[in-house]
Ligand binder design. Structure first.
Ligand code: NAI
Length: 474
């Protein structure tokens, strides 16, 4: 059965790029259909940001209970984890959020339909999107198309997920038992976030990273704090190490890793492959529509997220850059407003990033190296959480805030935080950079006491040698 409909806009994909785009289009009075082939909310809600943060919180709670005696709290009996129950709790959160996406889309006047979309050739004006769903085909004619199809994990040849020994992030998030041993290939965002979860829950975790450092691109001294904590948790980290192949032997996986010192074999129960993500740009009819991609398959767009074909936009992971949910969301809003006739572009000075390791790392703006390479003379202030009353009173004092500013103007160029609460604290830093704040703007703003947010004020003051609660460097 085939149905013909028309719309002003079709959004392909309902992840954190697509569904906010659909909502905003609805708010702006544009007749919109959002198409989703799996589950509303995309990777982020279903098998990414949200379920991973739930497991990270569960693992943190488990670890904290083990340390409650520091605060005079005795837990009688053994603290244990029922992973099946943890998974049920996690799935409940995901279900609530995905049904929220459906409700919000509808409430804002857009329609969400389930099926797989592809773009077809159409004579005359507008575009043709064909959606194949379980009830047949829907042929949509639309003036505008927004491609928001996201990304998927890169598979290393020979390491195709079998969900027995080899898993990707989705497989790791669905584990119903804590494996005794886990090797994580790739010491990036996913590898370290999920590696930390399983290390806390009791797995013996080994991280195999091809480059000389973990979390390449993040401020190096922040990464050092995380690396130290990983070691304390018993996680083994192999740097300059590349996974070459694996074999099943006597009910376990034996991984071969090439290191500078030669080949190493590691026995393990699970191998999590987290070596980056690639765009979902195949099978969409991009060739038929003549939409240009780069050599890696990312759709090419300009600052207004326009592809080379008039009326077709692309947002989120499928266009590359920082593959972060909040970047996709902002891009979705920018595109929706353009379709409604507003003159807007993706014109941001900073996109903050957070890695939910222990401790968390967050970052906005330039790293110290990037700022130096950009030709700035720098003022750098660092303030440790250990000097904050609030950090002590929540029994979590690892880490610091590092504030990087131009030495002449005082303009804040970058803020990097490693420590408890880093994920929430960074937004003030992003606002500071967006507004072109100088160090004194942050240092002169009264921050409530006792809070972790004082770390921002103190780090800004430290950059000028004026911090109150540490000795300042002369
Ligand atoms: P990633 O790019 O963060 O890290 C991949 C790591 O794997 C790199 O360090 C790379 O050097 C290493 N690698 C590549 N090939 C290798 C090999 N053969 N052997 C050993 N190491 C190898 O990618 P990841 O962790 O898969 O995450 C993908 C993306 O998802 C991230 O870049 C991020 O944008 C996003 N993400 C964001 C999160 C957040 O915002 N908190 C959480 C999770 C993912």
């Amino acid at each position: 059965m085939s149905k013909e409909v028309s719309a002003d806009a079709v959004v392909i994909g309902s992840g954190p790029g697509g569904y906010p785009c659909g909502i905003r289009l609805g708010q702006l009075g544009i007749k919109t259909i959002v198409v989703e082939k799996e589950s509303p909310g995309g990777v982020c809600l279903n098998v990414g940001c949200i379920p991973s943060k739930a497991l990270i919180h569960a693992a943190k709670t488990y670890e904290k209970l083990g340390k409650a005696s520091d605060m005079g709290i005795q837990v009688s009996g053994k603290v244990s984890v029922d992973m099946k129950a943890t998974q049920k709790w996690k799935s409940g959160i995901v279900d609530k959020l995905t049904s929220g996406v459906k409700q919000l889309t509808k409430a804002n006047g857009s329609e969400l339909i389930m099926g797989t979309a592809r773009i077809e050739k159409r004579a005359g004006g507008g575009h043709q999107v064909v959606v194949t769903g379980k009830d047949g085909e829907t042929r949509i004619t639309a003036k505008n198309v927004v491609i928001a199809t996201g990304s998927r994990p890169i598979v290393i040849p020979g390491f195709d997920p079998d969900n027995k020994f080899i898993i990707d992030s989705s497989g790791a998030l669905a584990l119903e038992e804590v494996p005794k041993r886990m090797v994580v290939i790739g010491g990036g965002y996913i590898g370290l976030e999920l590696g930390t979860v399983f290390a806390k829950l009791g797995s013996k975790v080994t991280v195999v990273e091809a480059l000389p450092s973990l979390l390449t691109g993040m401020e190096a001294d922040c990464v050092k704090v995380v690396a130290t904590k990983l070691r304390k948790m018993g996680v083994e980290v192999l740097l300059n190490a590349k996974a070459k192949g694996w074999q099943e032997k006597a009910g376990k996986a034996v991984l071969t890793v090439e290191t500078k010192e030669g080949e190493v074999k590691i026995d393990t129960d699970k191998i999590l492959v987290s070596v980056g993500r690639r765009p979902n740009s195949e099978g969409l009819g991009l060739d038929v529509a003549g939409i240009a991609t780069d050599a890696r398959g990312f759709i090419k767009v300009d600052k207004q997220l326009k592809t080379n074909v008039a009326g077709i936009y692309a947002i989120g992971d499928v266009v590359g850059g920082m593959m972060l949910a909040h970047k996709a969301t902002k891009e979705g809003e920018v595109v929706a407003e353009q379709i409604a006739g507003h003159n807007v572009a993706m014109d941001v000075r900073t996109i903050p990033a957070v890695v939910f390791t222990d401790p968390e790392i967050s970052s906005t703006g330039l790293t110290e190296l990037e700022a130096t390479e950009a030709g700035h003379k720098l003022k750098v202030g660092k303030f440790p959480f250990a000097a904050l009353g609030r950090a002590m009173s929540v029994n979590d004092t690892d880490g610091f805030c590092k504030m990087i500013a131009d030495a002449d103007s005082g303009e804040v160029l970058g803020i990097h935080i490693v420590g408890n609460g880093a994920s929430d604290l960074i937004s003030e830093g992003a606002l500071a950079i967006e507004m072109g704040a100088v160090l004194h703007d942050l240092a002169l703003t009264i921050h409530p006491h006792p809070t972790l947010s004082e770390v921002m004020m103190e780090a800004a003051a430290a950059a000028s040698g004026e911090a109150i609660h540490i000795m300042n460097r002369k």
